[in-house]
Write a protein that binds this ligand. Sequence first.
Ligand SMILES: [Zn+2]
Length: 441
Amino acid sequence: MRTTDDPTAPTPEPAARRRSRYKTRAAIQQLMDEHGSQRRRFCGHTTGGSVQVRHTPGAGGLRGVQRCGSVWLCPTCAATIGQHRADELSKALDTWRADPSHDVVMLTLTMRHHQGHTLAQVRDAYRSAWRAVTSGRAWTRTREAAGVVGYTRSTELTVGANGWHLHAHVLLFLDRPHALTRLAVEAFAMSAFDRWAAKLVAAGLPRPIASSGGLDLRAIREGGADGLATYLVKMAAAADDATGWVEEDSHRLPRAGEPGRTAGQQLATEAVRADLKAGRRENRTMWQVISDYLAHGEVSDRDIWREYEAIIPGTQMLVWSRGLRAAIAALTEDLPAAELTDQQVVDRDREGTTLGMLDATAYGHALRVAPDVIADVVTAAGAATPAEALVGVQAVLARYNERLDAEAAPQYLRLHLDTDPARIHRLDEGFRRLEREHATT
Ligand SMILES: [Zn+2]
């Protein structure tokens, strides 16, 4: 059962992961009927005209396509948004920790539940428990004592044999070195956990047990911030890898039944499991659930996905406590004080070069029948230089067209990159005009 739960298993290369996201999105869209969200159904489709293939060093992109911006339900948008949030969080962590008097500690709060609880019940309990954590005099008092300036909270959802499982990963930004505040931070965490647990009980859920996974507290090791940010945001967002970080000292509260297993080992396994646990039946991410459904067609998996689809989209995946982001943004040029919405992240038009254009009809056909080819176009467009990118994109298209030849598909379905400078210029102008109009409305 746990055959793929092997920490030494190779991480899939980025191109393979992008292909898988594009294919999964197309498959989800085919499952959706006309009552489903139109934005999600047509995510990736053209806005009407031709599609521009764009290049920036190391990143390819498409312009002229719609994006749904759904961080929970769309694998491609989730990856784009997750990457953006992880980059920002990582900059915030680096900026904060550049000051030797500052520190960051991660607090994880989990829930216990029964299979009988609906996702709506679990989500409501999660929300009210978190409100209880962050309100009242005990919060203010312990927070000041521990030097907690602010926090970010990421929400992670999995589903297992015991039903829905939500937990909160909370990064505590401290204005004094953790070595000095260890006891106060522990007191802060215990107090937070008490309010969390009491509220869950009031909501009808079993009381989580601090010493058996309900509460976890750990410091972050030097150099680990980048991977941590990726883990916190992207693990929830997409089945991407999130390796390469370990924590500093096992400052979590004692946990029974784990002889010989350091917190670091445990954490490393936890951090990589998004990739590794495919095929594991317990605690699957929602991307695994939908992939399992697409692969095996089990009705129970479809039902899990439908419930998730109905309940979860209103939840914010990453939350910054009031004032924290602005405080860190004031310390660096790298982090804008204003946070983009999920939709703004996917719609934002990055600086770059247009390599060429694809015909709308041929593009739309490929997106339906061979979404992995479009994924490969984006990957190839992200080569180091525009010249390499162009060669790479042409090669992907040539392979695809050979396939169409073999299938004797109609000529108009062939994908050709139109690199005519005058036409590219005209289309660029059109996009710029649209953006200006968009910006003024
Ligand atoms: Zn989307």
